[in-house]
Design a binder for this molecule. Structure first.
Ligand code: FAD
Ligand code: NAD
Length: 396
């Protein structure tokens, strides 16, 4: 048939929003839409710090894709993309091949390790349901091991590399979880050490200094030791080397030092900066009118020429415009320029504590924590309506 084929790679924030919007806007037989994702579930990345620390279950951070999309309108393929071939308009999957007329790349980013020796081999990342399951179980196991070898206090030392929002949100949860684990395993809480190591001269570089100070105070009071202005130079099986060669002995290193584009993008031959594609104003890869790149793999600049940080917020907004432009292309209508509308940033610091800027105002403490909850519930509502809010929202 000559019905145009749209293939969406990745069911993350950008991919799901694109699929949902296409499902709504396309008329019957106007296009064939296929959504490809590694797992048969979508994960709520913005919740992953909780299951990673064990303050929530991994189950709560994922949603079955069949519950989100209408499979009469969109074909879902559970598979892993292994290669994107723009010259051939094909995508190679681990178990097959798809051809497309229009492609949406939304496979999400990967941890940036800056070539730090040992980081890939010895550190864990907060990236997916499987990666946080590992962290959660690993932390438990350290407590169990310590009970068998009580001289090994390095089992009770936890290092988080990077004090960006991911590191800060995770450490807030971890600090909440530690007292529970100490009780469960009969461990003296004084023996547990939590380090947050940050290379920049401040935690949350670029964020409001007053809120950063508030966040650090909250976390210090929960027992976190900050090592600010201290770079991790190496990660080994025994811990990390920081600053001028100092070793912090630990069997648990969580790396939250930043995100880069997915390697599939570079391998496909797109021009990239830190693995990301600098897209045009319509979200297309330069030189490819039929390929859209959204979310953590896309690079866009604000008026001051600074790149927008890779967030779920921008990925969702891109998904909406991407869908609109796909429909526009198919109907030979003009495309819409993407303009980011910044709704603010709110970050959790563990139970009942958060910081944030929204509606041009600063928030901290319990009010900020409510705001965070509202943002989380709003997302569940957008992708899955009231039923999903009730199932995963933990509102009771
Ligand atoms: P992702 O959401 O990363 O999804 C990518 C999808 O592609 C996944 O489903 C994955 O399984 C799939 N995939 C990957 N590779 C393949 C492959 N080869 N084949 C097939 N499928 C593949 N941002 C905010 O705005 N607000 C927040 O509060 C916030 N909190 C965060 C908290 C944490 C702990 C973390 C880690 C991030 C947070 N972020 C937040 C950032 C946000 O999660 C990301 O920017 C966002 O998820 C990017 O969306 P995406 O659509 O690019 O891809
Ligand atoms: P990031 O890039 O924002 O932060 C990484 C941090 O690691 C930086 O502060 C950096 O200076 C530090 N770092 C880098 N190399 C280091 C080294 N060798 N030693 C020590 N520290 C080092 O990454 P992230 O925190 O994963 O966030 C990724 C994106 O997701 C960002 O855009 C962020 O805004 C977004 N996010 C948002 C929220 C939220 O809004 N609540 C939560 C999590 C993540």
């Amino acid at each position: 048939s000559n019905i145009p084929k749209i293939v969406i790679l990745g069911a993350g924030y950008g991919g799901v929003l694109t699929a949902l919007r296409l499902q709504k806007q396309l008329n019957y037989n106007e296009a064939d839409v296929t959504l490809v994702n590694k797992h048969d579930y979508h994960y709520i990345t913005t919740h992953l710090h909780m299951p990673a620390a064990g303050t929530d279950s991994p189950e709560n951070a994922r949603v079955s894709i069949s519950k989100l999309i209408d499979e009469f309108k969109i074909d879902f393929v559970k598979s892993t993309v292994v290669q994107i071939r723009p010259q051939d308009k094909k995508v190679i999957l681990e178990d097959g091949t798809l051809s497309y007329d229009y492609l949406v790349i939304g496979v999400g980013g990967e941890p940036e390790t800056f070539g730090i020796p040992g980081m890939v081999e010895h550190a864990m990342n907060i990236r997916s349901i499987n990666s946080v399951r590992l962290i959660r179980e690993h932390i438990h196991y350290q407590f169990a091991k310590y009970k068998r070898e009580p001289h090994r206090t390095d089992y009770l030392t936890f290092v988080v590399g990077g004090a960006g929002f991911t590191g800060i949100e995770f450490i807030g949860e971890l600090a909440d979880r530690i007292p529970e684990l100490c009780k469960e395993y009969d461990v003296d809480p004084q023996l547990v050490k939590i380090y947050n190591v940050e290379a920049a001269p401040t935690a949350l570089p670029g964020f409001d200094p007053e809120l950063v100070e508030y966040a650090m105070d909250v976390l210090k009071n929960k027992g976190v030791t900050f090592r600010i202005g201290t770079a991790i130079k190496e990660c080994t099986a025994d811990g990390v080397i920081v600053g001028e060669g100092e070793e912090i002995k630990s069997k648990t290193v969580i790396w939250t030092g930043g995100i880069r584009g997915n390697r599939l993008i570079e391998e496909a031959g797109f021009e990239t900066m830190r693995g990301r594609v600098k897209v045009d104003e319509f979200l297309r890869a330069p030189g490819h009118e039929n390929i859209y790149v959204i979310g953590d793999n896309s690079l866009m600049f604000n008026e001051e020429g600074r790149p927008y940080p890779p967030t779920a917020q921008i990925a969702m907004q891109q998904g909406v415009v991407c869908a609109q432009n796909l429909v526009g292309s198919i109907r030979n209508q003009p495309l819409k320029k993407f303009e980011f509308s910044n709704k603010g940033t709110v970050a959790s610091l563990g139970k009942g504590e958060a910081i944030g800027i929204a509606f041009g105002k600063k928030y901290k403490g319990r009010v900020a924590a409510w705001l965070k909850k509202l943002i989380d519930l709003r997302y569940l509502f957008i992708i899955g309506g009231i039923p999903l809010v009730l199932r995963k929202g933990k509102i009771f």
